[in-house]
Structures are given as C-alpha cells and as structure tokens.
Write a protein that binds this ligand. Structure first.
Ligand code: ATP
Ligand code: MG
Length: 278
C-alpha cells in the first residue's frame, strides 16, 4: 500500500520534469520563431530598399534619356536659328532687299521660339508630368513649313524635296511634337546622302489615321542595324551623332498610339513610315 504511494509521488515528479522541459522547449521555439520573424522582416526591409533603389536608378536613367532627348531637340532648333542669323547678317552687309530676307526668315525664327518654349515646358514636366496641348492642325502645311525651315537652315540645300500630299490633312496632335518627328527624319535623310539626292514626303488618309512616309535615296541601313536604329544612343555618325533623333521621334509617334517603322536597302535608300490620329 505504501509502495503504491511512493510510485504515484515519483510519477508526479517525472510529469513535472517533463512539463517544465516542454515549457522550456515552447519558450525556445517561441524565441526561435521571433528571431525568424525578425530576420524575415529585415530581409523584407532590405528587399524593399533594393526595390526602391532600383526604381530610383531606373527613373534616373529614364530622366537622363528624356533630358538628353530634349537637349538634342534644342540643338536642332539652335542650328536653325544660327543659320537664320547668319543669313540676316550677310543680307545686312550686302545691303540688298532686307525686307524680303526678313519676311522669309521671320516665320522660321518664330517657330524656333515656339520650340524652345515647348522644350522648356517639357523639361519642367519631367519633374511634374502633365499632358501636351493638342489640337487639329493641317499636317500638309506643317510638312511644307518644316521643309522650308530646314531649307532656310541650309540643311536641304543640295537635295530635291518631293511632296506627294493632298491639299490638306487634319491631324489632332501637338504641333511642335510633329515638327520634331519631321526634323529628325529629314536631318537623318540628308545625313544619309553622300551626293545630291532626293527626299520624298508622302501622306494620305488611312482609316482614322494619317500615314506619312519619308523616303531618301541615301546609303541605306544594313539589315543587322534595322532594329538598333531606334535604341537611344545608337549612332553610326561618330562625334556628329548622339543617337537620340529616332528614339525621340518614335516616342512621340507612340504617344499618339502610332508606330514608326523603317525599311531600307543598302546603297538604295531608306523609308520611314509613321501614323498619327486624325
Ligand atoms: N535615313 C537614314 N539612312 C541611313 N541611316 C539612317 C537613317 N536614319 C537613321 N539612320 C541610322 O540610324 C542611326 C540613329 O539615328 P538617330 O537619328 O537616332 O541618331 P543620329 O542621327 O546618329 O544622331 P542624332 O540624331 O542624335 O544627331 C544613325 O546614326 C544612322 O546610322
Ligand atoms: Mg538623327
């Protein structure tokens, strides 16, 4: 009978021992879990930080490319202004019909001012994005005026400009942006021609869009470069080129839901095609 009691007492002690071991185990597990949670949180923190840094550097790269694009366009119009000023100066020195020269160059110079104002606005919108002003304009008139402007800047001098345009074609866009596309394509066309050649600009209505092609009789683009020409900073012009003309133009066309594409044959010439909303 007594032996029985001893046995029970031992049993309880063993149970207590077991219990306290279990409790200690549970505390250990909880600690381990807390440590794991802490480690997980810090890994998540680090991940989040890396993600933020990546976004930031991506944004910086995008901003850099965008700023480069605006700089590129400013240089385009600066060249137009420099030529116009040269022409005015030599007209002044010649002492001929100054009024006629001024009348000829004034619209080009006004356009240069418009471009600089728009580019300034665009630079500011890099910090705080907002939409471009759009409105209906006559695409054919824009084409003729841009060709006039580049002719005035001496960029088209040796070459023949051929127009296949209807009397008018309405597009609903931002005027400066469309002039940028044309300036970049035309300057490239001129650069591609080693001797006197021609540049043909055609436009027509297709469905709800206006489709425009710019064709030159220049050196052409080798097949392996056809995709690369739209990449920012791809240029075969060494010092003379920054490789931003086509990416700028493509970005503008795409912002209007269109496509800018290229077809080319080496030593024959190149055609760029793009479309805009009516
Ligand atoms: N009409 C064309 N004929 C032949 N090659 C062209 C033509 N247009 C573009 N390219 C090729 O595509 C490249 C990229 O053109 P893009 O306008 O982007 O830059 P770029 O003209 O070299 O320099 P930038 O326009 O910045 O002064 C050119 O360097 C040239 O090799
Ligand atoms: Mg170019």
């Amino acid at each position: 009978m007594l032996e029985g009691i001893v046995l029970v007492a031992r049993d309880v002690r063993a149970m207590r021992q077991l219990l306290s071991e279990r409790e200690a185990e549970i505390v250990r597990r909880k600690q381990a879990e807390a440590e794991l949670r802490g480690a997980k949180a810090s890994i998540e923190d680090q991940l989040e930080q890396t993600r933020t840094q990546l976004l930031l550097s991506e944004r910086r790269a995008t901003l850099g490319t965008l700023a480069g694009g605006v700089g590129h366009e400013l240089r385009n119009v600066a060249q137009i202004q420099i030529s116009a000023v040269d022409e005015l100066r030599s007209a002044l020195e010649r002492g001929g019909d100054l009024a006629a020269v001024v009348a000829e160059l004034l619209p080009d110079l006004a356009r240069v001012g418009d471009h600089i104002t728009e580019h300034g606005g665009r630079m500011m919108r890099l910090a705080r994005p907002g939409p471009d002003r759009v409105g209906p304009i006559d695409f054919c008139a824009v084409v003729r005026e841009v060709v006039h402007m580049l002719g005035g800047a001496g960029r088209l001098r040796r070459h023949k400009a051929v127009f296949h345009l209807p009397p008018s074609l309405t597009v609903t866009v931002n005027r400066t942006r469309i002039e940028q596309i044309l300036v970049n394509l035309l300057v490239n066309a001129v650069d591609a021609m080693t001797s006197a050649g021609s540049i043909t600009i055609s436009a027509s209505e297709r469905g709800e869009r206006v489709v425009c092609t710019v064709t030159d009789t220049g050196v052409g683009i080798p097949p392996e470069n056809l995709d690369k020409v739209f990449e920012p900073f791809f240029s075969t012009k060494a010092e003379a080129g920054t490789g931003l003309g086509l990416p700028v133009a493509r970005e503008i066309v795409q912002s209007y839901g269109g496509k800018l594409t290229v077809e080319s044959m080496v030593n024959r010439g190149t055609t760029f095609t793009f479309d805009l909303p009516m």
